[in-house]
Design a protein around this ligand. Sequence first.
Ligand SMILES: Nc1nc2c(c(=O)[nH]1)N[C@H]1C(S)=C(S)[C@@H](COP(=O)(O)O)O[C@H]1N2
Ligand SMILES: [Mo]
Length: 327
Amino acid sequence: MHLLKDRGFVHPIASEITPRAVYAQRRRLVQGLMAGAALGALPTLPAQAQPARPGKLAALPGGRSAVAGASTMDKVTPYTDVTGYNNFYEFGTDKSDPARNAGRLKTRPWTVAIEGEVKKPGNWDLESLLKLSPMEERIYRLRCVEGWSMVVPWVGYSLAELMRRVEPTGNAKFVQFVTLTDKAQMPGLASASLEWPYVEALRLDEAMHPLTLLAFGLYGEVLPNQNGAPLRLVAPWKYGFKSGKSIVKIRFVEKQPKTSWETAIPSEYGFYSNVNPKVDHPRWSQATERRIGEDGLFAKKRPTLVFNGYEPQVGQLYAGMDLKKFY
Ligand SMILES: Nc1nc2c(c(=O)[nH]1)N[C@H]1C(S)=C(S)[C@@H](COP(=O)(O)O)O[C@H]1N2
Ligand SMILES: [Mo]
């Protein structure tokens, strides 16, 4: 792994990204070796090709969404991949760390503080947030800046629903999302891979866009902890890192806030972070992507779409902006 500057970890360069199938196989091999060692037997591969479906979580179905672009026809990524291959650095930087370490995260009681430039600041408990608006299912592509993507059936509602209730003032130009930092529950916080808390932000109009989802579930169930329980953001036209997990605070501000990735490596991660195949990451191309679940050794990469394919819906938000400058 390439280490950058004084930080312990950054996204790997593209050539280092292990295809999912190879990674899964390697992991099974390691597990097999460990099991074999424990039993004092010869190492054998477990018979199951896929890990067993973990215990069902509480049901959280969503109705069909009427929001334009909210349901891609792309084949959804298997549940085991969506919940077993994650970025959630608070639980470790390996893709398998969140699934392994996030189980202990306590997601009730949970409150989200609404602060800053709003007429109605205050604390919202999870139960009130769950009841705020009818749940919808949104099938979104999620593309990580590392070059992989998935298709996830999220459950939630537009962030705009909450924003309308708290009434941003005329001074609110940006919305900042602050996520949980709890050393007792999050082993990854011990490493200085990023500055904690993990913070992200959107421009007010981006946050108000109907595609911007406050997600509480996936696959018809409440969010697994590794995917950002009990609530996370999903902005489908931006790289995955813009979508903060396990949000505890939403702050409305006048000035463009710094985000965790920008603070860590400003030359590589800008504020906007719109999916843009024409703007290379300084260390690798962003022109193609590997779709998780179809990435056998011989699977072809897919061309990455401008705004992750959501250009008809969000393109006008950036009319007249130089997207090479505002990357
Ligand atoms: N709090 C927090 N949110 C986070 C991250 C993180 O490390 N911490 N990683 C981001 C990145 S880089 C990606 S690609 C997505 C991954 O979401 P998923 O694991 O649900 O696919 O979460 C984003 N949200
Ligand atoms: Mo990411």
